[in-house]
Design a protein around this ligand. Structure first.
Ligand code: SF4
Length: 388
C-alpha cells in the first residue's frame, strides 16, 4: 500500500492563521501543471523498489479547487497515466474551498474518480470566518456540502477550528452541533496555533492576539470529544473522527493513515514531502521539495537551476524511525505495539513507559500501548518523554 500526494500551492486569499506554503499568483497555474507532470515523469519509478502499489491519491494545498476543471483533468489524467493508476485506487481525496464548488465542478470531480472530498468549514459563525479571513460564509459552506452530496460524493470530511480567543464555549457547542447536523462521514478538528509565518503570528508579536489559555483549549477539546462521540463519531487520531460504514469499519482517511503507518508516499509539487517507507531496501529517506513555485517551474519546464535548488533529502537513522513509530502510534487512539519496536531502544524507554502508565498518561493492554482518550490533549508532553 502506498500513496501519492499532489500539492497545489495556490490560494485566492490567505487565512489569518495559516503558514503553509502557498502563493496568490493564479496566472502561474498552467505552467505549474506542466512542471508537476514533468516531476511526475522523472519520479515515475519511485515505488519500484518499495514493492508497494499505489492505492490512494490525495490532492491538497493550498487550495486545489482554484484549478479549473480542464487543468485538474490534465493533471490527474497525466499522473494516472505515468503511474499506471487506471485501476486500483481505493481512495482519491481532494481538498476544496466551499466557494469553488458548483454542480458542474462537483460532477467533474466525480468524473475524475474522486471518492472523498475534504472541505474547510472551520466555523459557522460569520464574524469568526471574517476574523479568520476565510473566503466563504457559513451558508456557502453548507450549500457546497449539499452540492457535493447531490453529485454523489459519499465520503466527505469537514474541518473545524477551536482554541481561539473569539470562540466561547457556547459558540463551540453551536459549531459542533451545526457540523454534526450535516452528518459528514469524517470530521477533523484542529486547535488554532500561532505560527510565526502567519498573519496571526504578526498580530501576536504586536500584542494584538494572546490566544486562549491551555485550560480553556483543553475544555473545548473534551467538549468536542464528548459531543462527537454522542453523535456517532469514533475518534481514531488526535484531530480526526469518523463514522462507521455499513460494514462497521471506521471511515478513516486511508491516505493519512498510511503516513502514520510508515508506508511509502510520493509528494509531488513545491513544498511536498515524500517517504520511501521504513523498510526501504536502501534505507528509509525523507525527501522534500523546496517551497518555490517559480524555481520548481523553471527547473521542470525550462531545465534552469540545479536539482539541489528545488529539493533535498535526509536519511533516517534507526533512532529516527523508532521515535517516529512512537509518535505516530501515540497520536492515534490505537497506540503502538511493543512487538513492532526495536528491542534495544525499547529497553531504554521502558522506565518512562512504566512511569507514564502509573501516572495514568498511558495504558497498556497486552502488547499494546496507547494514550487514554481523556489524555490525548497532552499527547505532545507524553510523546516527548519517550524519544530515545
Ligand atoms: S488555510 Fe488553506 S485556504 Fe487558507 S491560506 Fe492556508 S492553505 Fe490557503
Amino acid at each position: 500500500m502506498a500513496g501519492i500526494y499532489i500539492h497545489i500551492p495556490f490560494c485566492s486569499q490567505f487565512c489569518t492563521y495559516c503558514n503553509f506554503y502557498s502563493v496568490k499568483q493564479l496566472g502561474l497555474r498552467e505552467q505549474f501543471v506542466d512542471a508537476l507532470l514533468g516531476e511526475a515523469a522523472v519520479k515515475r519509478d519511485f515505488f519500484k523498489d518499495t514493492r508497494s502499489s499505489v492505492t490512494t491519491i490525495y490532492i491538497g494545498g493550498g487550495t486545489p479547487s482554484v484549478l479549473p476543471l480542464p487543468m485538474l483533468e490534465r493533471l490527474v489524467g497525466g499522473v494516472k497515466e505515468l503511474f499506471g493508476l487506471q485501476s486500483g485506487i481505493e481512495e482519491f481525496t481532494i481538498e476544496v474551498n466551499p466557494n469553488d464548488i458548483t454542480p458542474e465542478y462537483a460532477a467533474g470531480l466525480v468524473a475524475l474518480g474522486v471518492t472523498r472530498v475534504s472541505m474547510g468549514i472551520q466555523s459557522f459563525i460569520a464574524s469568526h470566518l471574517k476574523w479568520m479571513n476565510r473566503r466563504h460564509t457559513a451558508e456557502e459552506g453548507v450549500c457546497a456540502f449539499r452540492i457535493l452530496r447531490d453529485a454523489g460524493i459519499k465520503n466527505i470530511s469537514l474541518d473545524l477550528i477551536f482554541g481561539y480567543e473569539l470562540l466561547s464555549e457556547e459558540d463551540w457547542k453551536y459549531n459542533i452541533d451545526r457540523m454534526t447536523a450535516l452528518a459528514p462521514e469524517h470530521i477533523s478538528a484542529y486547535q488554532l496555533s500561532i505560527e510565526s509565518g502567519s498573519a496571526l503570528g504578526a498580530m501576536a508579536r504586536r500584542g494584538e492576539y494572546r490566544g486562549l489559555s491551555d485550560a480553556e483549549c483543553e475544555k473545548q477539546y473534551h467538549l468536542l470529544q464528548r459531543k462527537l462521540s454522542e453523535a456517532g463519531y469514533e475518534q481514531y487520531e488526535i484531530s480526526n473522527f469518523a463514522k462507521r460504514n455499513s460494514d462497521g469499519e471506521v471511515m478513516k482517511s486511508q491516505h493519512n493513515s498510511s503516513y502514520w503507518d510508515g508506508t511509502p508516499y510520493l509528494g509531488l509539487g513545491p513544498a511536498a514531502h515524500s517517504f520511501n517507507g521504513k523498510y526501504a531496501p536502501d534505507g528509509p529517506k525523507r525527501l522534500w521539495n523546496t517551497p518555490s513555485v517559480k524555481k520548481y517551474c523553471n527547473y521542470y519546464n525550462k531545465g534552469e537551476g540545479l536539482l539541489s535548488d528545488i529539493c533535498g533529502y535526509e536519511e533516517l537513522s534507526a533512532e529516527n524511525i523508532f521515535d517516529e513509530t512512537i509518535m505516530l502510534g501515540l497520536r492515534r487512539t490505537c497506540g503502538f505495539s511493543l512487538e513492532s519496536l526495536d528491542k534495544q531502544f525499547l529497553s531504554q524507554i521502558t522506565p518512562q513507559i512504566n512511569s507514564l502508565i502509573s501516572n495514568g498518561l498511558l495504558v497498556m493492554e497486552g502488547d499494546n500501548v496507547r494514550i487514554p482518550a481523556h489524555k490525548l490533549f497532552v499527547s505532545d508532553f507524553i510523546i516527548e518523554r519517550l524519544f530515545v
